[in-house]
Design a protein around this ligand. Structure first.
Ligand code: ATP
Length: 253
């Protein structure tokens, strides 16, 4: 579904993503974890075709993002960490605008908008302008708009931030349902508990480099995702203090 091969991206001198490769299969919920500035957003934006990258290739369902960005965009949805919506539109105008872009028929969009706005309890607010929405309501609208064209792959940057516990729970159930129907999710999160409970696989990125990836049980072993992630961070801190880089972690970094 998503194949990232040797992706590298620098902003001037700063290497944000360094030779990263990942493969996400249909049906998988794939979590992307890393410290602030690790390169998660850069990777996600490159996958969506909204950020040019220096080296490597990205394929969505076998189609190159570089060679055929429009075809790729038809297959995917991207929910950024801070949705930038057209605030002067009402919620329903925005959803219709997105449905127009993807050429969704009137009956299909009506069905989808009804289903998802009811699910996320936003139906009563769709006639209001987006500028009157709270952060969480904007996040819900961004999620609904992302699902209108039934994307095969959904990329999300910190999707649970701003959502209330009920909406978070519903989103998690919906993610599993979409994956059961053959879709896939690749999303970044700092909430390690969510990653541990929700994800089939996880990738940990550090300073632009992929350091660990695999199924949750492969990555965690007998520990927890917190232990693995904090162990990696700890390793750096201890290395600095001790002047060594050989603290055993139980796996290769
Ligand atoms: P966070 O968890 O804080 O959202 P992230 O893992 O998503 O972080 P990125 O936003 O991908 O990290 O940033 C990776 C690196 O690239 C950081 O060092 C950041 O400062 C740098 N960077 C990101 N965007 C730009 C930009 N437009 N110009 C220059 N440097 C950038």
């Amino acid at each position: 579904m998503l194949r990232i091969e040797n992706l590298s991206k620098a902003y001037g001198e700063k290497v944000a993503v360094d030779n990263l490769s990942l493969h996400i299969m249909p049906g998988e919920i794939y979590g992307f974890i890393g410290h602030n500035g690790a390169g998660k957003t850069t990777t996600l934006k490159a996958c969506c075709g909204i950020l040019h990258f220096d080296k490597g290739e990205i394929f969505i369902d076998g189609i190159s993002v570089k060679a055929n960005p429009l075809e790729c965009k038809k297959q995917i949805a991207y929910i950024p960490d801070n949705p930038d919506l057209y605030e002067f539109l009402t919620g329903i105008q925005y959803l219709n605008f997105i449905a127009d872009i993807f050429g969704i028929s009137a009956s299909e969009r009506k069905e989808k908008i009804n289903e998802y706005s009811e699910l996320f309890e936003l139906k009563a607010n769709l006639a209001q302008t987006i500028s009157s929405y709270s952060h969480g309501m904007k996040q819900k609208l961004a999620v609904i708009s992302a699902l209108i064209h039934s994307p095969k792959l959904i990329l999300m940057d910190e999707p649970f931030v701003g959502l209330d516990p009920k909406a978070s729970h519903k989103l998690k159930l919906l993610m599993r349902k979409i994956c059961d129907e053959g879709g896939a999710f690749f999303f970044s999160t700092h909430i390690l508990e969510v990653a541990e409970k929700l994800c089939d696989k996880v990738a940990i990125i550090k300073d632009g480099k992929l350091v660990v990836t695999g199924t949750m049980s492969e990555v965690m072993g007998n520990t927890s995702i917190d232990d693995v992630f904090l162990g990696l961070e700890e390793k750096d801190a201890l290395s600095i203090i001790k002047g060594t880089n050989s603290i055993p972690l139980g796996f290769d970094v």
